[in-house]
Design a protein around this ligand. Sequence first.
Ligand code: ZN
Ligand code: ZN
Length: 152
Amino acid sequence: MGLLDTRIIGVKTRDVKIGNFYPEEFACKCCGKVMILSDLWQAIQLIRNTAMRPVIINSAYRCPPHNAEIGGSEGSDHIHGFAADIHVPGLTADEVGEIAARLSETIKRIGVYMNQDFVHIGVRNRGPGTWRAWRYDETGELSYIKPEQVTE
Ligand SMILES: [Zn+2]
Ligand SMILES: [Zn+2]
């Protein structure tokens, strides 16, 4: 089992730092639990390296009760540690989405939310041809960059 299969599991802590991020930045907002795939950390780090700017993680791991509370979908990648919603100060969500789209080896789902100024980054690999992207414009109108109608 290589690094890419590893889950980073723990509780909210600033005792360790991996690259530019503390695990607590990926923690569930309600309970502080951290469960993320190392692929996800790697994806966020790649975005940071490409953008050459700090990345703010709005929401990464969500325990199932917290995910339900905020109205996240039941099958959300957030509850399995496969996804993070991020914001890069100084860049629009479209610009962050463009960076993420260039990292399709690691990043398999991109949701651009121009209306809420964040980008959903998902790393769960569902197999060949399953790369997906969607976009909400400033008025909240949804369009699919790839056709399958999935949002998370
Ligand atoms: Zn929680
Ligand atoms: Zn998300």
